[in-house]
Design a protein around this ligand. Structure first.
Ligand code: NAD
Length: 332
């Protein structure tokens, strides 16, 4: 049976809802036979491993462990959802301190046990910040660490498709950038509904401005709505889209929806945020963000919020001051 690669993929947080769904998705997509599951919750981890074994995937060499050194040994690809999830009423930022400490430990462990890892995808929230902390502590290159941010984009596509009664795939070019959270910047000028530019529809009878604004709110609150509907944080879409991302880094089809990545350019400095990107075998490549002045202003606002969260972590000493990052990560 063909696999995309034979290199080792480690799923961290594998006993959890996203992690266990990722394990199954990776096996179904035949990414690699060498799949290792890690989680500190031994009983739940064994339960997930049992379930995957009962699927009887052809040729799969499934391992699982609560020992991080063993999990990361020879790891070439890592996806981590290992952290606390959001409960009803909580924002992603409420999770900040606890999950940022987990990210710092993950980065340190990557540096210690698998400095030759090729790519790491971070999911646990607030993902822009946990991704940044992992990057700084791991010593990896900025092109090697990305975060799951694309759900904001797929939620925009989904909301437009529902509104216009078309197939989701007939809505193209959807883009949200900046922070993955309530401060995201939703861009309209890149999107098309069938062949019509979204900006030609907004403010007309087909999509009055107040309807568009309400739709943007549904995109921004898309994750909170899942918590309301299902009584828990979303897990199917984060699992699927993150596995699509790591598949691209393994040499599969390049991932072209925005991912969260390290940005340090003329406009935005030393943060991780959703940007115009392509993720492929060589890692993440950033491109120019194109948009209207008002959209860029929203992105600036989102960036400022990320800078505040980053600076809070610096005050808490989970991250060193920016000018000292190169001491623990010479690639920055
Ligand atoms: N980026 C996104 O788009 C997105 C979307 C949905 C959820 N999330 C986030 O993903 C994370 C996981 O969500 P979930 O629903 O799978 O939660 P979950 O509680 O079902 O699973 C989390 C797992 O992480 C494990 N864990 C705890 N501490 C750990 C550590 N130090 N190292 C490794 N693993 C550890 C737990 O034992 C648990 O099994 C949450 O932070 C959630 O907010 C992100």
């Amino acid at each position: 049976m063909n696999y995309l690669t034979r290199e080792k993929l480690v799923i961290i947080g594998a006993a959890g809802m996203i992690g266990s769904n990722m394990a199954q998705t990776a096996a179904m997509m035949r990414l690699t036979p060498n799949l290792c599951l890690y989680d500190p919750f031994a009983q739940g981890l064994e339960g997930v491993a049992e379930e995957i074994r009962h699927c009887a995937f052809e040729g799969l060499n499934l391992t699982f462990t609560t020992d991080i050194a063993e999990a990361l040994k020879d790891a070439r690809f890592i996806v981590s959802s290992g952290g606390a999830p959001r409960k009803e009423g909580m924002t992603r930022e409420d999770l900040l301190a606890g999950n940022a400490k987990i990210a710092a430990a993950l980065g340190d462990n990557i540096k210690k046990y698998c400095p030759d890892v090729k790519h790491v995808v971070i999911i646990f929230n607030p993902a822009d910040v946990t991704g940044l902390v992992t990057l700084v502590h791991s010593g990896l290159k900025p092109s090697q660490v990305t975060t799951l941010a694309a759900l904001d984009t797929t939620r925009l596509q989904s909301e437009l498709a529902k509104y216009f009664g078309v197939l989701q795939s007939e809505v193209t070019g959807c883009r949200t950038y900046g922070g993955h959270g309530e401060q995201m910047a939703v861009f309209a000028s890149t999107a098309k509904v069938k062949d019509t530019a979204l900006t030609d529809l907004i403010g007309t009878d087909r999509l009055p401005r107040e309807e568009w604004e309400a739709l943007c709110q549904r995109v921004i609150k898309g994750g909170a709505n899942i918590i309301k509907l299902r009584g828990r944080s979303s897990f199917q879409s984060p699992a699927y889209v993150s596995i699509e991302m790591i598949a691209s880094a393994m040499g599969g089809t390049p991932f072209t929806k925005p991912v969260g990545c390290y940005i340090c350019n003329e406009e935005y400095k030393n943060v991780m945020m959703a940007y115009e990107t392509v993720l492929d075998k060589e890692g993440v490549h950033t491109k120019e963000v194109k948009g209207l002045a008002e959209e860029k202003a929203n992105l600036d606002k989102s960036y400022k919020h990320l800078v505040e969260m980053r600076d809070t972590l610096i005050k808490m000493e989970i991250l060193p001051p920016v000018e000292e990052w190169h001491k623990i990560n010479p690639n920055l």
